[in-house]
Design a protein around this ligand. Structure first.
Ligand code: NAP
Length: 447
C-alpha cells in the first residue's frame, strides 16, 4: 500500500514540487484515502484523487491601490477554484503577507473535504492576497478591498463562487468587498458570506467556527462520558476563531489559560473569564492591539514573547491561529503534560509529526477540516437565508450548527474507527469527505 501512496505523491510532486504546504495537505489525505480507494472497485482505477488535487481553475491578478502617503502599492490577488462537483466554489479570503499559491492551494484542497463533510451543497475554493493589513489605516484597508474586488468580481457570483473571511478578513473587510461587488454588478446578492446583520448576514456566523470547534471537541469527550466542565484549556490565536472558541469553553465550564498572536502568548493562571475575554475582544477587534497589552489591565498574567502556548499544562488544546503552529516537540510536551484532547480551530495547525504523536498516544485528535467546519457550514446557512430572503433566529442557527457538528463527528466515527476501537478522526474526515465528492465526480463524467 505504501508503494501506491508513494507513487501517487511522486506524481503530485512533479507538478507541485515547490508548494510544501499543498503537498503536506495532499499527503495527509492520500495516506488515508488511497487504501480506501484500493478496496472499493467503484473508485479504483479512475484517477479520482489525481483529478481532485488539480484545481479546476487558478486565478492570479494584480491589485494596485494608493496608500495614505499617496504612493501606489502593488499586491497580488488570487482565487483558487478547486472543485465544484457538489456545489459552487466556497471558501474564505486570506489577507496576510505569507499568502502564496502553495498556502491557498492547501487551504482550497482542505476546503473541498470540509465542505463535503458539512453535507451542504458547497464545492471548495480559497483566495486572498499577500497584502498585510497590520498597521494600515481604515482608508487604506478600504481602498485595497475595493481594488481587490474590482478584479475578483468577474470570477465570482452567488451560483458560481461565494467567498468569505479568513485570516485578515473580518466583518469590516467583507463590508468593503461587498460594497464594491454590488456597485460594479448593480445587484444585491448573497455573493459573500460573513456579511453584517442588517445587510444579509446570519446570526451566529461570527461565532460559528470557534463554537463549532468546541462542540466537536465536546462530542469527542462525550464518547468517554467526559466534558469541558472543569478542564484546563490552552488556546492559540486571539482572532475570530480563538475568541469564540474561548467564549464557548467558558460557557461550558472550562478554564481558558492562554491566548496568543504572532508576537507571543499570554498565560493567565487564574483563567480568562468572560470579562477578561471581552477585554481581549476590545484589544484585538477595536484597538487592533498586540496581545501583551492584556497585562496592562491584568498584571497577574504572564507574557511569553515569541513563543507558542503548548508547554502550558492543560487537559485540552485548541490551536486556533495558523498552519504548522504545533510541531512534533510541542505535541510531545502536550501529551507528557496529560493533555487528552486536541481539536483544531485553525487549518492544518499540527504538523505531520505532531499528529503522529497524538495518534500514538491514542488521545482525541480532531483535524481542522472536521472540527472547524462550523464556520463554512454557517456560511451555507447564510446562503440559504439569502435565497429564502428570510432570517433565522440565533437559537435556530445555533441548533443547526450543533446538529451539523454532531453529524460530522458521527461521519468521522463511521469511517475512522480502528480495529481496537480508537477513532482516527483524520482518516474518518478524509474518507467521509472524499466519498461524496468522488461519487459526484464519477456521476458527472470526465470533465
Ligand atoms: P484572524 O481573525 O485574522 O486571527 C488570526 C489569529 O492568528 C491572530 O491572533 C493572529 O495573530 C494569529 N496568527 C496569524 N498568523 C500567524 C502566524 N504566522 N504565527 C502566529 N500567529 C498567527 O483569523 P481567523 O479567522 O481567526 O483564522 C484563524 C485560523 O482559523 C486560520 O487557520 C483560518 O484559516 C482558520 N479558519 C477560520 C475560519 C473563519 O470562519 N474565520 C473558518 C475555518 C478555519 P496576529 O494578529 O499577530 O497576526
Amino acid at each position: 500500500m505504501r508503494d501506491k501512496v508513494e507513487a501517487f505523491l511522486e506524481q503530485v510532486k512533479v507538478r507541485n514540487g515547490h508548494e510544501p504546504e499543498f503537498l503536506q495537505a495532499v499527503e495527509e489525505v492520500a495516506e488515508t484515502v488511497i487504501p480506501y480507494i484500493v478496496k472499493h472497485d467503484i473508485y479504483f482505477g479512475k484517477n479520482i484523487l489525481l483529478r481532485m488535487v488539480e484545481p479546476e481553475r487558478v486565478i492570479s491578478f494584480r491589485v494596485c491601490w494608493v496608500d495614505d502617503a499617496g504612493e501606489i502599492q502593488v499586491n497580488r490577488g488570487y482565487r483558487i477554484q478547486m472543485n465544484s462537483a457538489i456545489g459552487p466554489y466556497k471558501g474564505g479570503l486570506r489577507f496576510h503577507p505569507t499568502v502564496n499559491l502553495s498556502i491557498l492551494k492547501f487551504l482550497a484542497f482542505e476546503q473541498v473535504f470540509k465542505n463535503s463533510l458539512t453535507t451542504l451543497p458547497m464545492g471548495g475554493g480559497k483566495g486572498g492576497s499577500d497584502f498585510d493589513p497590520k498597521g494600515k489605516s481604515d482608508g487604506e484597508i478600504r481602498r485595497f478591498c475595493h481594488a481587490f474586488m474590482s478584479e475578483l468580481f468577474r470570477h465570482i457570483g452567488p451560483n458560481t463562487d461565494i467567498p468569505a473571511g479568513d485570516i485578515g478578513v473580518g466583518a469590516r473587510e467583507i463590508g468593503y468587498l461587498f460594497g464594491m461587488y454590488k456597485k460594479i454588478r448593480n445587484e444585491f446578492t448573497g455573493v459573500l458570506t460573513g456579511k453584517g446583520l442588517s445587510w444579509g448576514g446570519s446570526l451566529i456566523r461570527p461565532e460559528a467556527t470557534g463554537y463549532g470547534n468546541v462542540y466537536f471537541a465536546n462530542s469527542m469527550l462525550n464518547t468517554k462520558g467526559d466534558s469541558f466542565n472543569g478542564k484546563n484549556v490552552v488556546i492559540s490565536g486571539s482572532g475570530n476563531v480563538a475568541q469564540f472558541a474561548a467564549e464557548k469553553v467558558i460557557q461550558l465550564g472550562g478554564v481558558v489559560l492562554t491566548m496568543s498572536d504572532s508576537s507571543g502568548f499570554i498565560y493567565d493562571k487564574d483563567g480568562i473569564d468572560e470579562e477578561k475575554l471581552a477585554h481581549i475582544m476590545y484589544l484585538k477587534n477595536d484597538k487592533r492591539a498586540r496581545i501583551h497589552e492584556y497585562l496592562e489591565k491584568y498584571p497577574n498574567a504572564e507574557f511569553h514573547k515569541g513563543e507558542t502556548p503548548w508547554g502550558v499544562k492543560c487537559d485540552i488544546a485548541l490551536p486556533c491561529a495558523t498552519q504548522n503552529e504545533l510541531h512534533e516537540e510541542d505535541a510531545k510536551k502536550l501529551v507528557e503534560n496529560g493533555c487528552i484532547c486536541v481539536s483544531e480551530g485553525a487549518n492544518m495547525p499540527s504538523t505531520k509529526g505532531a499528529i503522529e504523536v497524538f495518534h500514538n498516544a491514542k488521545i482525541f485528535f480532531a483535524p481542522g477540516k472536521a472540527s472547524n467546519a462550523g464556520g463554512v457550514a454557517t456560511s451555507g446557512l447564510e446562503m440559504t437565508q439569502n435565497s429564502l430572503r428570510f432570517n433565522w433566529t440565533r437559537e435556530e442557527v445555533d441548533k443547526k450548527l450543533q446538529e451539523i457538528m454532531e453529524d460530522i463527528h458521527k461521519s468521522c466515527i463511521d469511517f475512522g474507527t480502528e480495529e481496537d476501537g480508537y477513532v482516527n478522526y483524520v482518516k474518518g474526515a478524509n474518507i467521509a469527505g472524499f466519498v461524496k465528492v468522488a461519487d459526484a465526480m464519477l456521476a458527472q463524467g470526465v470533465i
